[in-house]
Design a protein around this ligand. Structure first.
Ligand code: MN
Length: 245
C-alpha cells in the first residue's frame, strides 16, 4: 500500500529525457499505487488548455492511463502551470485540488500545497501571484491568441531568471532566504490547520523536516525537482520515504 507524491517536474520539449522518465514512472510504479498526487509545476509553462504541444498531449495521456487503471490522480497548480484548467483535467482524468488542500493518508490528515504560498518573504512574487490568480486577469489572458500567451510566458520566465540571478549575485543570503519557505508562515499554516503533516514542493530543497509547533511535533516534507533526476515521496500506512528515481 503506497501513495505517491511528485512535483516540480518542469516538463517541456527542451528536456525530453525527463518527459521519458515521467512516462516510465507513470507506466510503472504509479499504476500500482493507491493514489498519485502531483503538487504543481508538472509543466515548465502552461498558458492554457488549448496549447497543442506534444509534451502536453503526452503527459495527459500518461496520466489518463494511470487514472483508467483505477489509481486516483490529484493535481495542485504550481506557479508555472497555474493555468491548468478543467479541460486538461478532464482529458487527463485527474481532479484539481485547491491550494492548500487537506487529504487523509491511511487515516491521518495531511496538508498539501505547491509551496509558493509559504514563500511570503518574496513580496514581489506574492503580488504577481495574487494578480495572476485573479479570475478577471486569467479570463483576459486566456482570451489572447496562443502565440501572445507563449511570448508572455517566455518573457515572464526570463524576467524571473534575471531577477533571481541578480539577487544571487548581489546577496546570496537574501537569495537563499527568499527562495525558501518563510519559517513563520510554515508554523502559522500548521497551527491554523491543527494538522501535523505538511507536504509541498516548489523550493527544490528535498528534505523531511521535523519541527515543533506549540506542543506538537510536526513534519514538513519537501519534494524534489526533476531537473537532474526524478524525486518521489512514498507514503505507506506505517512510514514514508523520499527517494530519487
Ligand atoms: Mn514552483
Amino acid at each position: 500500500m503506497t501513495t505517491l507524491f511528485i512535483s516540480d517536474l518542469h516538463l517541456d520539449a527542451e528536456r525530453p529525457a525527463v518527459t521519458e522518465l515521467f512516462g516510465a514512472f507513470m507506466q510503472g510504479q504509479a499504476r500500482r499505487a493507491d493514489a498519485l498526487y502531483i503538487l504543481g509545476d508538472l509543466f515548465e509553462a502552461w498558458v492554457g488548455d488549448d496549447d497543442p504541444s506534444e509534451t502536453g498531449a503526452y503527459v495527459a495521456a500518461r496520466i489518463r492511463e494511470v487514472a483508467d487503471a483505477g489509481v486516483p490522480v490529484s493535481f495542485i497548480r504550481g506557479n508555472r502551470d497555474f493555468l491548468v484548467g478543467d479541460a486538461l483535467a478532464r482529458r487527463a482524468g485527474m481532479r484539481i485540488l485547491p491550494d492548500p488542500a487537506v487529504v487523509m493518508l491511511y487515516g491521518k490528515p495531511a496538508i498539501l500545497m505547491h509551496g509558493d504560498l509559504l514563500c511570503t518573504g518574496d513580496v514581489a512574487y506574492q503580488a504577481f501571484r495574487a494578480q495572476t490568480r485573479n479570475p478577471a486577469w486569467q479570463a483576459q489572458f486566456l482570451a489572447q491568441p496562443l502565440a501572445a500567451r507563449l511570448a508572455f510566458a517566455a518573457q515572464a520566465r526570463a524576467a524571473s531568471a534575471a531577477h533571481q540571478g541578480g539577487m544571487k549575485q548581489n546577496d546570496k543570503a537574501q537569495f537563499e532566504a527568499l527562495t525558501d519557505v518563510t519559517p513563520a508562515t510554515v508554523d502559522a499554516t500548521l497551527a491554523q490547520f491543527g494538522i501535523d503533516t505538511l507536504i509541498h514542493g516548489h523550493t527544490h530543497r528535498p528534505a523531511i523536516h521535523d519541527l515543533a509547533v506549540g506542543d506538537r511535533t510536526c513534519r514538513r516534507i519537501v519534494l524534489g525537482d526533476w531537473y537532474e533526476q526524478g524525486s518521489v515521496l512514498r507514503v505507506e500506512p506505517d512510514g514514508m520515504a523520499l527517494d530519487s528515481l
